[in-house]
Design a protein around this ligand. Structure first.
Ligand code: SAH
Length: 226
């Protein structure tokens, strides 16, 4: 998979995308991540990428030209399955969407900034708009990092134990059961007995039961969707 992220503040993306599972997935060649600095496509002496909004509102708006040029520099080279704009009013990212995106070959993620982007980019260039939740961030970079993290960890081989991704929250429409590690007794707080039993069937049954109980207690609406 190849992900190209277009950003006005590329430094915001460097650290989140260069550690742990995402870093290893890149090292293994499972994903190629490219960060494109929108300022490289700006116009004039100051490489301008934004301008005042028509109508006189406060804030700056990212212009059409640098975005269309940046996207063209990518689409001239290869086909993209999706040109995604991170937007608070987009479809809300969830696990089924992450699963779906992880099956694509090439995607572009466009990060907005300031007051947003000229609406003509959304109408004529972007093919999908994704929000990471009902709140407003200063820019799309952290949202892009969240999307990349959720997607890349699902690519087969990205996690050392790929079965682990399948037992995470939401994968089967349920929350995940509790997890514990050594010691089995900490300050007198004991790990559930069954997990120490060495009986895989009993452990599995306990995990399934806890997944349902936790979902019922914490996210009952997930059970309604089943
Ligand atoms: N004026 C816009 C918000 C702009 S915030 C509005 O009210 O809708 C600046 C940029 O941050 C946006 O262009 C978008 O790319 C990004 N952003 C903000 N909140 C986000 C969210 N919840 N999910 C994804 N991207 C978001």
């Amino acid at each position: 998979m190849r992900i190209d992220i277009i950003s006005a503040v590329p430094d915001l993306l460097t650290s989140p995308l260069s550690h742990s599972i995402i870093q290893r997935a890149q090292a293994k060649g499972l994903v190629e991540l490219n960060i494109i600095n929108l300022h490289d496509f700006g116009s004039g002496r100051y490489k301008q990428i934004d301008d005042y909004p028509f109508g006189g509102e406060a804030g700056m708006v990212i212009k059409c030209q640098p975005v269309f040029d940046a996207v063209k520099s990518l689409t001239d080279e290869r086909h993209y399955d999706a040109i995604i704009y991170t937007s608070p009013d987009g479809e809300i990212l969830d696990q089924p969407m992450a699963n779906e995106l992880s099956c694509l070959e090439n995607i572009i993620i466009l990060c907005g900034h300031y007051k947003g982007i000229d609406h003509r980019i959304r109408e004529h260039l972007v093919t999908r708009e994704i929000s990471i939740g009902d709140y407003v961030l200063s820019g799309g970079e952290l949202a892009a990092a969240v999307i990349c993290d959720a997607v890349i960890r699902l690519i087969p081989g990205a996690m050392s134990d790929s079965a682990s991704a399948l037992s995470d929250c939401f994968q089967d429409g349920l929350l995940a059961p509790e997890v514990y590690t050594r010691p089995s007794d900490f300050n007198g707080w004991k790990v559930p007995e069954v997990l120490l039993s060495g009986d895989p069937k009993a452990i599995h049954a306990w995990q399934e039961q806890r997944a349902i109980e936790r979902t019922r207690a914490l996210r009952p609406q997930l059970l309604e969707n089943q």
